[in-house]
Structure formats: C-alpha cells, structure tokens
Design a protein. Sequence first.
Length: 128
Amino acid sequence: MSPPKELTKAEWTVINAVWAQEPCTATRAQEQLSKSTGWAYSTVRTLMDRMVAKGLLSSEKVRNATLYRSLITRRQAQRAEALYTLKQAFNGALTPMIQCLMESGDVSADELAELEALIRSKKKNARK
C-alpha cells in the first residue's frame, strides 16, 4: 500500500463532491460546490487536474467530457488525515491524542464499546 496522501482543505471539498456522484465531471462538481464555495468552473477544473497529478483522482475523456473518479477511498483519506494530525499536533504520541478527543466531546456508550473491542483485538493480535 502506498503512503497515505494528505489532502488540503480544497481537496477535501472536491473529493467529497466526487465521492457523492462518481464518476463526476468538473461541471457537475462546480455546480454542486458553487453555493458553498463560490468557486468558478476554472477553479474546480484546476483543482481536479492537480488532484489527478497528485494521484488522488483519475480522469478519462469520454466524447467531449472529462470524467473524474477517486483513486482513494474515504477511509484512506481519513487515515492520512489522522496520521498527519497525530504526527504534527501530538508528536506521534497516540495516548494524548485519544485523551484529547475523548475529553473534547461526548462519547457514547456504543462508541466506548467499539473502542474497547478494538483495544482488546489489538492486544490479542500483539501477543501472537
């Protein structure tokens, strides 16, 4: 697996639009994003082409339109973002990051149960 790719705020905005309506043209993405961002077609097209060069999207010419598809999953993007935050804000220390997240919001009983199950699974696999 290749190293995760960190997305800029603008790239997050674009890739969310692509995920919502894949495959997607720049025109369709711009129409979806215009109210929330005010971006012109040329801005969206430039961002999408840069994301192709960065390996985040693929492009395919079909007749007179270019169709864009994501090359990373939502989970891969989230993982890259979390690892970047872990490295930058917490100097790679997982415990303070988890503590910060747990202290900053309401954690439901279901979420705590999921976290406990993940920890148990990780401990079990670490012993092997």
